[in-house]
Structures are given as structure tokens and as C-alpha cells.
Write a protein that binds this ligand. Structure first.
Ligand code: SF4
Ligand code: FES
Length: 252
């Protein structure tokens, strides 16, 4: 009879913790006349995300800290904010990718009305999105009553712009949008692109007419802020350029 000798399970090394300082732009419309900056020291690990820091502050230090989040995994698009001056998703920004020898600044995205702390009113953003008809437009059923077929090549034509999660990181990083709240903004154009270049769609002309407006694609100054800000890696500036070309040619 053999006796099993089991080696002791290896205990993983504890992950080192350290104190990081967060300076958060706060605004409570019931109390503050102007936004103000507030410091918080938080015990963190390098593998934590900015969203974890915000949770720790809210749950352990100041329950009034207000921010949006839902999925916590880069899918719902609800936690875009400015982190050290750059638009990012809090749930996709790791502490180890920031310089923790300095304070980490966190504030609401720009260009949309500030409601409270890190929350802005997203309605103007969604109004622009809705105005480009972000849905499949067709005159009626197909002749044979079957589905609308599409080749892999046709599907690939607009694949990049299907990835948008409507986080507003692009639109709220655009200097034109900051100065002119009427501009449709990159996200609306990205979502128009998604249907304009879809071979099954029949509403391209309608959308191109909407975007061929003084507040449409021609306001874009090709600064690439939008492309740099997009957490989904969408080539936003390229999509805008393709919509401009489609307007000039009169077709996708
Ligand atoms: S294009 Fe990118 S940055 Fe803009 S709303 Fe969509 S996911 Fe967010
Ligand atoms: S919480 Fe959903 S994208 Fe960050």
C-alpha cells in the first residue's frame, strides 16, 4: 500500500499595497457655486483600476462621491471620465499604468453640462446620436421575403464602427465640441458610418444629408483627439473622413 505524500500548496505572494493620492473634482449643485478639488489617500494595488479607487472612496471615506458605472468591464460605456487630463474609462484604467508618485487627477468629461461630481448630463450627446438615425433603414421586406444577405467583405466594411459603446469619450475630447455644443460630434458620426456603409441599409442619403450641415462633418478639424480617446480602439477620425468622402461623392 502506497502512502500519498502531498507537498504543501504554494501560497501565492500577497500583492503589495501602497497609498495613492486621488484629487477629484467635486461639484454638488445643492451646496457648491463652483466645482472644487478634493484629495483622497487610498490604499491600492498596482492591479486595481481607477474604478476600484472610486469605489473605495465611496464605500470607505465619502459616500457622497457620485459617479456612473455599470458593467465594470469596458462594455456599457457609462464611466468615461478625465483621468490625468485624458478621457478614459475608469474600469479599464489600471493604476500600474499611471505615475503613482504623483497625485491622480479625476474629473468629469468636458463639453456636457455638469450635474454632480463625475456625472454629466448625457442627453445632448444622445440627442446627436438619435438624430443620425442609428438603425437599419429599409423601404420594406425583401422581394423573396427572406433575410438580407451580406458577404463577409461587405460586413467588414463597417466592422470597426460597430464596436462603439456610446461612452462619449471621443465627443467630449473634441475641441470643436467644447466650443460649440451644436456640433454632432464624433460619436454620432461613427454611428452614422456604421449604417451608411452597411450594404443592407437604404438610408445612406438621408444620413449624408443630415451630416452635410454646418454643424455636421465639416466642423471636424482632424485633431485626432477622438481616435486617441476611444477605449474601443475605433479609428474615429478615419470614419469621419470616410463620411466626408461619401458626401462629396454622393454615395458610400
Ligand atoms: S467611438 Fe469610441 S469613444 Fe466614441 S462613443 Fe464610441 S466607443 Fe466611446
Ligand atoms: S463600467 Fe461599463 S464601461 Fe466601465
Amino acid at each position: 500500500m502506497s502512502t500519498a505524500v502531498t507537498s504543501a500548496a504554494k501560497v501565492p505572494e500577497p500583492i503589495a499595497t501602497f497609498t495613492a493620492t486621488f484629487i477629484i473634482r467635486r461639484f454638488d449643485p445643492e451646496v457648491d457655486e463652483e466645482p472644487r478639488w478634493q484629495d483622497f489617500d487610498v490604499e491600492m494595488r498596482a492591479t486595481d483600476r481607477i474604478l476600484d479607487a472610486l469605489h473605495k472612496i465611496k464605500w470607505e471615506q465619502d459616500g457622497s462621491l457620485t459617479f456612473r458605472r455599470s458593467c465594470a468591464h469596458g462594455v456599457c460605456g457609462s464611466d468615461a471620465m478625465r483621468i490625468n487630463g485624458k478621457n478614459r474609462l475608469a474600469c479599464k484604467t489600471l493604476i500600474k499604468d499611471l505615475d503613482i508618485s504623483k497625485p491622480i487627477y479625476v474629473e468629469a468629461i468636458k463639453g456636457l453640462p455638469l450635474e454632480k461630481d463625475l456625472i454629466v448630463d448625457m442627453e445632448p450627446f444622445f440627442d446627436s446620436f438619435r438624430s443620425v438615425n442609428p438603425f437599419l433603414m429599409v423601404a420594406g421586406p425583401t422581394k423573396d421575403g427572406k433575410e438580407r444577405v451580406q458577404s463577409p467583405v461587405e460586413r467588414a466594411r463597417f466592422d470597426d464602427t460597430t464596436k462603439c459603446i456610446l461612452c462619449a469619450a471621443c465627443t467630449s475630447s473634441c475641441p470643436v465640441f467644447w466650443t460649440d455644443g451644436q456640433y454632432f460630434g464624433p460619436a454620432a458620426i461613427v454611428n452614422a458610418h456604421r449604417f451608411i456603409f452597411d450594404s443592407r441599409d437604404e438610408g445612406a442619403k438621408v444620413r449624408l444629408d443630415i451630416l452635410n450641415d454646418k454643424e455636421g462633418v465639416w466642423r471636424c478639424r482632424t485633431t485626432f483627439n477622438c481616435t486617441d480617446a476611444c477605449p474601443r480602439g475605433i479609428q474615429v477620425t478615419q470614419a469621419i473622413a470616410e463620411v466626408k468622402m461619401a458626401i462629396l461623392r454622393g454615395k458610400p
